[in-house]
Design a protein around this ligand. Sequence first.
Ligand code: MLC
Ligand code: AMP
Length: 491
Amino acid sequence: MFAQIRPDNGRTALIEDGRTVSYGELDAASRRFAAGLLGGKADLEEERIAFFLPGSADYVTVMHGVWRAGGIAVPLNTGSAIPELEHYLSTARVTRLVARADDCANLAELCAQCGTELLDVAKLGSEEAVSLPDLPETRRAMILFTSGTTNKPKGVVSTHANIRAQITALIEAWEWSEEDAIPLFLPLHHIHGIINVLGCGLWAGAAVHLFGKFDMERIVRGVAAGDYSLFMAVPTVYVKILQYLEGLESESAEKICSGFGAMRLNVSGSAACPVPLFEQWRKRTGQVLLERYGMTEIGMAISNPYRGERRAGHVGQPLPGVEVRLVDEDGSVVDGEGQPGEIHVRGPAVFLEYWDNPQATAESFTDDGWFCTGDMAVLDGGYYRIMGRSSIDIIKSGGYKLSALEIEGVLLNHPAIAEIAVVGAEDEMWGEAVAAFIVLQGGAQLSFEELKAWCDGRLSSYKVPKRVQFVEALPRNAMGKVTKPDLRPLL
Ligand code: MLC
Ligand code: AMP
């Protein structure tokens, strides 16, 4: 993976706040960083090194430095609450955490608790010339935390070979080249930002423009100026841009729309792109969005074609090197069109395992090596169409996958809450919004505002319920279990 930074291509790798970093500089910086991490050792031997950094040249240097030194990179969500970070550090048994000086003060107590050494990113490079380990591609490279139908997020482990397969499939399918330029504003603890944008960009020798976060004004200024050839985002971002354009005078809006129209590709994914959004984007910018389907565990699996019909409401066909099948409720492989089934995926891009969790790993694969995604789809005129997820306990909000059970588990610690059911409520902006039905303890009082304030520091902001209904009781089935599907129409 790291080998793909070509130091002598004479091109710009990263652009951050007007500062450019060439491939040669990035290569040298990541080598120095690797040497600093190694501190005389020959190989980090899969030591877990976490980093708490916004999308920045520092982030890229650290990630590649960890890889070059033979460690496992654990990029953290800089928006996480401390208890969430504690889970990541302790689950992955992280030995060292790299952060900026400004953040170190806030992380010191946590690191002391977890027995994790805290390192200031500015102080870690070593000028000493060291030889870096020669690593097999089977070496574990990265742990990303993902929510599922269990209470706490699980660590998805990918090897260098997995990452290579995930990246090269997209380079081939979407015809990435070193002439490309792309803005990167998605969070860098998920594959959309890490693999589809940063990984592909660097592999291709393209220019990646770094924004620490989604900064509408700066990003659309770059679009209007013709700075980018590619744009990749979650549907919420496209909704936000369309809304923003509505508020502009027509000349400024036109410049931005023409900027999008002049790009060679706009991609949407991580959540369903509603057909009206697809149509509005085409009408406003002239771009036909390319929708694709993926998952942390498998990279991108299915994509509409770069050349050929991009069909609204559909995700297309399997990417190069990816095998896909649909399996119905009886466990039979679906043969042909029009019959829904769970998406199963196989191939070199599929992750190795859930970290330290052989049971979850075993449960998510069939005996013959297919990964069971939990997403339902149907083949419809030669194109896959996603129908939803088999579990109501998984919510997709703004492209983030959230576990209803994790959120319920945290909120149940509130002294006024007796019972709670969290669900995803349909939402035009966010796809789904986190919604909670709450039964209060007898005599207790709690307002929505008080609940939100209580969540601060306990949950990342996008996990905090955006809609709440206080109810007398939760509906139950004959077995006494809360029946969530019945709740959604009430929102
Ligand atoms: C934030 N807000 C939300 C929210 N997230 N409200 C409802 N639902 C949510 N999910 C609120 C905040 O509380 C705040 O409210 C206001 O919106 C602005 O918050 P923000 O964080 O500043 O928003 P913004 O920066 O505009 O972020 C929007 C976004 C972001 C879409 C850019 O959510 C994002 O980056 N999402 C992408 C996640 C991603 O990369 N997923 C890929 C996973 S990998 P207030 O009241 O304070 O103003 C994967 C595989 C695959 O899925 O296939 O790719
Ligand atoms: P994550 O676990 O965060 O990687 O999210 C992966 C999940 O996002 C998938 O299992 C799907 O449920 C969802 N997803 C990704 N792309 C799409 C898409 N194009 N349409 C619908 N759902 C999608």
